[in-house]
Structures are given as structure tokens and as C-alpha cells.
Design a protein around this ligand. Structure first.
Ligand code: PLP
Length: 392
């Protein structure tokens, strides 16, 4: 099919929930994508932080094919090797004690919220179920995670939302104290707010938050759906903040392009979710787990150090272009935000770059870059050169 045919068929039969760019993607290799007509795009998006190994990564494709031939799915009423191994690796690398596997970020956050409320219920009984989350956060699209999301624009249409969320300003301890109360059981944060605009939390704030949580026996919950799995230069972003959350969620990059997510929790939460309290049919799917094992093998400590170096290179190179539409860059590792100068629209800038062969994302009022973690210097330079040509 041609790009136009694909677009027309999509518009005819798929709900129009996405503001799509007029590009159809047919295949990829490394950090390059191609439309059905063979037109090349440099990818600074990795499918919104999913395809950390880029496209056509052989060991990943082989592991999936082999596992699919062997066993494509079996229910969680039985044991499987890929999920068991993956849980061990994630727990050891994150210093956590237990994993739960699900399928998407919003779903993992639902489980995280259940975990926090039941932890508190088990110890204190009812009445301590409120979770404080941060303004500008994003936690998902289910009825509950929309309400956990601290942006009023998401609290529309779908009433009634789940009760039990209060919001505090990021990096503001006074605001957090103002939201505190006897009814609180947990604080939920993204260490770098992704959809909100690539806004990293301050180290001091996170340290103080972690102390406050320990003092009051609030669970410290980290939504690492976007920041996790090497994106920021460590396996999880919390590892650069000198704190350890009580529980965290991961999703996007975990299986390099297959749908998978999950929760990691520490020993404090060990027996909270017992038999019958939480489940999901597709969770811990062996094909997804086999793909995730390849991601873990690839993301060695040396590879992660390289992610930090690539992030620094890309940010410095973008600032050096001194483009009139861009201000400063920010972020951690290969999670990069670019502020957009007054009078320019991030959506228009993104459209023009995409039209000219460079895929980028928006977030908040800025531009967001989440390139595949395997991106080469040559691919980054090619993207930078498109940026210079299109935006100078
Ligand atoms: C993408 C994202 C989610 C939602 O994940 P889905 O897989 O789309 O449900 C939740 N939290 C954060 C921080 C995200 O970036």
C-alpha cells in the first residue's frame, strides 16, 4: 500500500484519537525509518521512548522469533523461564525485591496505586488512601491514572473520576506540606516529568521528599515509565538521585518495542499484593519477556555510560546551532527537552522537521527528543544537519 492509501484507510476505520503527522512508516533499520515509498527519516523519537534498541536489531528479532516458536503465551497460573529471569535481573539491578508484570504504563500505574493503598490499608485500616502527585505530571489514560495526572486538562469529560488524589507543585516542599494530611498513603512522582515538558526534579527536593516519606510511612512511588530502562543514562532515573523508591513502574522501553510494563517494589511491600489481589491476562508474556531479556543484555553499564555521553553530545550540538526558534536544552541522558522561543509553536516546528526527514516529539510547550539508545554519532549528525537546514 502507498502512504496515502494507508492514511485514508486509517482515517476511515480507526478512531481519530491521535493528532497524527502525515507520515506512514513501513520499516526501520538502526535509528532510521522508511515510508512505503522508501523515503528516509532520522528517528529522534523511538516510538515515544519504546524502541531503545532501534529497528531491526538482530538479537532482539531472533529472541522473539525463537520464543514465539517455542511458547507464545501461557497464563500466570503456571511458571515460565523468561519472566522469572527478567524479574531477577530487574530486581538485582534496581536493588528491589519483587516484580509484577503488566502491559502498558497506565496499567502498571493502576497496580502501583493499588499497591500503595493496600499497603496502607493493611497497616492502618481505612481512611488513608490519598496519593499526592505533582502538577504537570502524566501517569496514564485510565480513569484513575487520568486523575493521578496533575494537569487539569486531563480531568474532563469522563466523570466521575477516581477519588483520592491531591496535587503539589514540583520542586516545592511547602506545596507538598500543604497537601499533606492524615489521609495520605503515598507520593507519586516522575523524576523527570516527560509529557509535562522534560522537567527534571531537583536533587535536594527528591532527597527531602524521600525523608518525609520515610518519616510518615508514605510510600515513595516513582513512575519510571518514560525515565526507566536506560533512557536517562542509568537503568532507572532514581539511581542518579541517591534515593530508593518503595515501588516504581516501568513500561515504554522495557521490551524494545513489544507491549510490556510492570512494577518493582522493595521489601517493605513484599506481601502486600497476595494471591487474588491483582492480575492481568497478558502480563509476563514469554515473548515480551524474551525481548526484554535482550534489552537487559544490551544495556550493560558501559552502554549506559555511552547513553549519558550521547545525550551530552546532542544537547551541546543543538545549543551550538543557535537556532532562532530554540532556547536552552534540559534533560537527563537521551531524554532531552528543548525550550521553544516566544512567538514559535512547538507543533509547527515538529511538523516542519518531520516533513523534512527528522522525527521529533513535543512535550509541554517544548520539543522533546527520545532517540533510540543505540543511535550512532553519524545518525545524530544527520538529524542535526536537518535541524540546521530547516530551522536556521
Ligand atoms: C507514557 C507514560 C505513561 C502511560 O503509558 P501507556 O503505556 O501509554 O499507558 C505513564 N506514565 C508516564 C511517565 C509516561 O511517560
Amino acid at each position: 500500500m502507498t502512504s496515502n492509501e494507508i492514511r485514508d484507510l486509517t482515517q476511515k476505520y480507526i478512531m481519530p484519537t491521535y493528532g497524527r503527522f502525515p507520515v506512514a512508516i513501513d520499516r526501520g533499520e538502526g535509528s532510521r525509518l522508511y515510508d512505503p515509498e522508501g523515503r528516509e527519516y532520522i528517528d529522534f523519537t523511538s516510538g515515544i521512548g519504546v524502541c531503545d534498541l532501534g529497528y531491526g536489531f538482530r538479537p532482539w528479532a531472533d529472541a522473539i522469533a525463537e520464543q514465539a516458536r517455542k511458547l507464545g503465551h501461557v497464563s500466570n497460573l503456571f511458571y515460565t523461564e523468561p519472566a522469572a529471569k527478567l524479574a531477577e535481573i530487574l530486581c538485582k539491578r534496581a536493588g528491589m525485591s519483587d516484580a509484577f508484570f503488566a502491559n502498558g504504563g497506565g496499567e502498571a500505574n493502576e497496580g502501583l496505586i493499588k499497591l500503595a493503598r493496600k499497603y496502607s490499608f493493611d497497616r492502618y485500616g481505612q481512611g488513608r488512601s490519598t496519593i499526592i502527585s505533582l502538577r504537570n505530571s502524566f501517569h496514564g489514560r485510565t480513569i484513575t491514572t487520568l486523575k493521578a495526572t496533575g494537569q487539569e486538562v486531563f480531568h474532563n469529560y469522563f466523570f466521575p473520576f477516581t477519588e483520592g488524589f491531591r496535587y503539589a507543585e514540583a520542586n516545592d516542599l511547602d506545596s507538598l506540606n500543604a497537601a499533606a494530611g492524615e489521609d495520605v498513603c503515598a507520593v507519586l512522582v516522575e523524576l523527570v516529568q516527560g509529557e509535562g515538558g522534560v522537567l527534571p526534579l531537583d536533587r535536594d527536593y527528591v532527597a527531602a521528599l524521600s525523608e518525609l516519606c520515610a518519616e510518615r510511612d508514605w510510600l515513595l512511588l516513582a513512575d519510571e515509565v518514560q525515565t526507566g530502562i536506560g533512557r536517562t543514562g542509568t537503568l532507572f532515573a532514581f539511581q542518579q538521585y541517591g534515593v530508593r523508591p518503595d515501588a516504581l513502574t516501568f513500561a515504554k522501553g522495557i521490551a524494545g518495542g513489544l507491549p510490556m510494563s510492570g512494577i518493582l517494589a522493595n521489601e517493605k511491600c513484599r506481601d502486600v499484593l497476595g494471591p487474588g489481589t491483582h492480575a492481568t491476562t497478558f502480563g509476563a508474556n514469554p515473548v515480551c519477556a524474551a525481548a526484554a531479556l535482550v534489552v537487559q543484555e544490551t544495556l550493560s553499564n558501559a552502554f549506559l555510560a555511552e547513553v549519558t555521553r550521547k545525550g551530552r553530545y546532542l544537547r551541546e550540538a543543538i545549543e551550538a546551532l543557535e537556532l532562532p526558534c530554540f532556547g536552552k536544552t534540559r534533560g537527563l541522558g537521551l531524554m532531552i527537552g528543548i525550550s521553544v522561543a516566544d512567538g514559535y509553536s512547538n507543533r509547527e516546528i515538529a511538523s516542519r522537521l518531520i516533513e523534512n526527514g527528522l522525527l521529533v516529539l513535543t512535550a509541554g510547550a517544548g520539543i522533546r527528543l527520545l532517540p533510540p539508545l543505540v543511535i550512532t554519532k553519524e545518525e545524530m549528525d544527520r538529524g542535526l544537519s536537518i535541524m540546521r537546514q530547516v530551522l536556521s
